[in-house]
Design a protein around this ligand. Structure first.
Ligand code: TRP
Length: 331
């Protein structure tokens, strides 16, 4: 018998902290895009999670729309994947509340991501929602019977907690949802203009929605090898963020090889290198930017995608919630 194999369910989310940059594009959205044919994908905008570092001038609704535009323009396809906003699933806060009753505070206090962030961001009085971040994230995965979760290494501790929680619930109540697994994939960490990880908080980003001019300006400002102040000095492409980006944007392998060689020999200057990269980067982003501009003119199209996605996701959420409420004897 050649039954078509059931596709495994993939669930993953992204926090809408603003428009997405090329670090998100190559590190998260493109890997998601490439899973769409092989898995039954649920990709959502984690807008409640964005509240964990709330600030005065934050507009989560606007940011969620920016992220939706970026996602759709970058090739996430609503014909293939279920794309929605976390807050449109009214079952999520209910489910989260029940899960919280089975989440030991000790686990949450020990979560390395929590400890690191409290220290690094010098948070004096961390709030309850911040401590519970991984419980909400667990609700996100278990709510849609997620089997595989594609996330970067920085999220591994959260997923481990989800797995522990799912196992605890299964032991107590029998199977309410699958115990999910980590889906390994290559998550690129794209260097920003100061050679640190690309991040809005460092101000070192190239946004998908930026103009070509702005992109060129940022690329020209990129960190340059301090050991190569002049043309003629040998360069070190393996440690150079500009060469890292070349590896993404210069499609022709021979051309890439030539860049490496002429950099190492010193024939190539950094100014020329950056000008060529800016052109390659803008060429790559141009079709994405064009699609984005078009979608921006049709916000009702984007809202329809999110509404349809939420409707589909809620069908599963309702069942899982009903089953869970019954198991805990609320219903
Ligand atoms: N915490 C994730 C991040 O910051 C976003 C997220 C929220 C998520 N819920 C999720 C990722 C569920 C995977 C599964 O990147």
């Amino acid at each position: 018998m050649n039954e078509p194999k059931r596709k495994k369910r993939v669930v993953s989310g992204i926090r809408p902290t603003g428009p997405l940059h090329i670090g998100h594009l190559h590190g998260v959205i493109e890997p998601w895009r490439d899973m769409q044919d092989d898995y039954d994908c649920y990709f959502f905008i984690a807008d409640y999670h964005a509240l964990t570092n709330w600030s005065e001038n934050m507009d989560v609704k606007k940011n969620a729309m920016e992220v939706a535009l970026d996602m759709l323009a970058s090739g996430l396809d609503p014909e293939k994947s279920t794309i929605f906003r976390q807050s449109d699933i009214v079952e999520i806060p209910q489910f989260h509340l029940v899960l919280s009753m089975f989440s030991p505070v000790g686990w949450l206090l020990r979560n390395p991501t929590y400890k690191d962030q409290v220290e690094q961001l010098k948070i004096e009085s961390p709030n309850y929602g911040f401590l519970g971040y991984p419980v909400l994230q667990s609700a996100d995965v278990l709510m849609y019977e997620g089997e595989l979760v594609p996330i970067g290494k920085d999220q591994a501790a959260h997923l481990n907690l989800t797995i522990d929680l799912a196992e605890t619930m299964t032991t107590k109540f029998g199977k309410l949802f699958p115990v999910p697994e980590y889906l390994h994939s290559e998550f690129a960490t794209v260097p920003g203009s100061d050679n640190r990880k690309m991040s809005k908080s460092y101000g070192n980003v190239i946004n998908i929605k930026d103009s070509e001019k702005q992109t060129t300006k940022v690329i020209k400002s990129y960190y340059t090898d301090p050991l190569k102040p002049y043309m003629g000095d040998p360069g070190h492409p393996n440690d150079c963020p500009v060469f890292y980006l070349d590896k993404i944007y210069v499609k022709d392998k021979d051309e890439l090889g030539r860049i490496r060689k002429t950099c190492e020999s010193g024939e190539r200057g950094c100014g020329q290198c950056k000008a060529e990269l800016a052109e390659a980067c803008n060429n790559y982003l141009r079709p994405i930017r064009e699609r984005r501009a078009e979608l921006e003119q049709n916000p009702e199209k984007v809202l329809k995608v999110l509404a349809d996605g939420a409707e589909k996701a809620r069908k599963i959420a309702e069942k899982v919630l009903a089953r869970t409420l019954k198991a805990v004897t609320i219903r």
